[in-house]
Design a protein around this ligand. Sequence first.
Ligand code: SF4
Length: 326
Amino acid sequence: MIAPMGNFALQALMREAAVTLDRSRCVRHRCTANACTRCIDVCPTDSFTWTKGGLQINPDTCTQCLSCLSVCPTAALASPGLSLPQVLADLAQHRLPVLGCKGQPGSDAHVRISCLGYLAHPELMTILALVFPEGLQLNLTACDECPNGHILDGIVTAHGRLHGSVSNHAVKLIRDKKDLEYAAATLSRRQFFLLFQERTNRAAVTMVKRLQDNIEQKTYGKKQIPEIRALLLKAMSASTAARKESIKEQQFGKITFTSDCCHSERCVGVCPTGAIRSSRMSNSPPVFDQTLCTSCFSCQAFCRNRGVVLSDNSQIPLVTKREQGL
Ligand code: SF4
C-alpha cells in the first residue's frame, strides 16, 4: 500500500529545481582524489554542501545566479530549460541583439536567461564574441540593484579576458541605460527572421546554424566534453589559425607528463573528457589532446607519482565567499 503523501513532501517534489546536478559528470564524484569545491566556493548563499552522500543542492536558498554553472569544468550542473544553442539562435534573429535576464523583466532585452551570471564562463563569453562579430549587448543595467549583483565581477573578468583571444570583438557590457541600443521586435519572429536573413548579419545566422547542426560532443565510452566546449570548438573552426591558437593557449588546460610518469595510464581512465588517451606503448606517456581538456585537475589529483602536472590556462574566475567578504 502506498502511504499518503503529506503536504510538505508534495511541495518538495513540486518545487522547481533551480540548478540540477548530474553526479556522473561531477569530477568530485568521479574521482575521490579530486577535492574540487568550485561550485561550493562560488555560491554566495551556501546552497551547496558536500556530505557523506555527496554533493547536495538546497533549492530553497539557491537564487539562480548560475555562477556555479560558469565554474563547473565538466558541466555537471545545469539550469532546467536553459539551452545554449537555442539562446544563440534566438539572439541571431535580431540585428543588434540584447541579452538580458528574467529576474529583471522591466529591462530591455530580446532574449532572457534566468541570470547573466552564466556568462562569467570564459568559454561562453568567447562563443558570444565569435558568433556575433557584428555586435551583442549584454544588458547589465539592473544588476547593481539586483540581489544577484555579485555576478558582475565574474562577467567583467570573463569579458576582460576576451581582448587577449578575440581581438576587435563586439560584445558590449551595458551598465548604463543610455548606452543601450535597443530596438524591440515589432514583426513576428518568422517575419523578422526572413527580413533579417535578407539584409543583415548573415554571419551570426550561418554560424548558429553550423553550431546547431550536429553538435559534435566527442564521446569516448562514458567520457564527454561539455556542450560549451563542443560549441566553442565548432565556432573556432571558422577562425584564423592565429586566433584558434590564441584561444587554445588562453582558455584550455595543458598537462605535462613529468619524468616521474610511470606509464601506468591510470590518468587515462580518470579523465572525464577523453583528453588523455592511451599511447598503446608501455614505455611512453599517454597522448594528450588539449582541445578536450577542461582543467578539472582529476588527472593530477589521481596520479600518485606526481607524473602529471596541469597548467590551468582556463583561469576560470573563482569568486569565493572569502573574496566577497561573506
Ligand atoms: S586532461 Fe586532466 S585536467 Fe584535463 S580534462 Fe582530463 S583529467 Fe581533467
